[in-house]
Design a protein around this ligand. Sequence first.
Ligand code: WQD
Length: 346
Amino acid sequence: MKKRILVTGGTGFIGSHTTVELQQAGYDVVIVDNLSNSNADVVDGIEAITGIRPIFEKVDCTDMPALRGVFEKYEGIQGIIHFAASKAVGESVQKPLDYYFNNTVSTINLLRLMPEFGVKGFIFSSSCTVYGQPDPENLPVTENAPRKKAESPYGNTKKIDEDIITDFCNSGAPVNAILLRYFNPIGAHPSALIGELPNGVPNNLIPYITQTAMGIRECLSVFGNDYDTPDGSCIRDFIYVVDLAKAHVAAMERILEGKNEERVEVFNVGTGKGVSVLELINTFEKCTGVKLNYKITGRRMGDIEKVWGNVDKANNVLGWRAVHSLEDSLSSAWKWQQRLRERGVM
Ligand code: WQD
């Protein structure tokens, strides 16, 4: 019997790639998603890649009766990977209550249902945003670095959710959890059948770059070149989404096989390498052959100057590492953007 996993937010960017990797590793996947920031036809893309159609239920995780219904309908769920969350930093400043409500109530509802339905493992989508700007001596940042005051309500929900999960697991509830702190996920599946599809004007760098390269946006703004970094632009740890997806499979296996050493474990998921925004633009131009129209503008409020991860723990303990190059990731993002154009999506 295949082990059954519930993936919340499974039609989203990281959720869809993780569903593919779970299916290819032999898991049976049930997706729940409220489609607030994704489309049901992502399920077709997943099926086209793996040959297996995941179960899909349009359910909002804040709706407890509907969520309970999913556990009743699909018996034997052994683990949950919880992606479903609102994630726009700027919007979270405008609508803090929506963010606090959605992101914490979803998590609480899932945790509440776990003992009742005998679900043992919980993997949570956390973020390097919990580190804020690490002190210089803490770069690359390890899991033990202090969590800083969040820069936005969105970031704060990640911290609060981490605490909720930790307190629940430590209360003696029959639940184990792994918190995965992602750095900057980028790229698309090599098939270009699934990828990132932001609503409206993208906030994140890579979709803005590929849309500018496609002529959808006129010019990319590089937010600042006066930071204390070698070329003055911000530094991030850009991780290929397929590598990131595989980290979830490794984490789920670890919990379901009872190999975790603590009730709650935390892993950074990144490449361990910092790349500046300007370096990334150069690499994009080199590997796609497309010249990018960009200009340097002022800093974006709330941006972190530089952050990249120490990923030794994930490498050594989880037995996972990022294997794809930045060139692979950026080429895949460009291929996906071109495919969207062919399909007439944008
Ligand atoms: C990366 C770099 C920008 C757009 C955010 C969230 C984080 C996470 C991922 C999500 C920065 C620069 C960007 C542009 C630019 N969570 N940039 N021009 O800010 O590192 O992380 O998204 O769901 O929690 O905070 O990612 O892609 O927005 O920016 O120059 O048009 O690119 O200033 O240095 P960020 P990003």
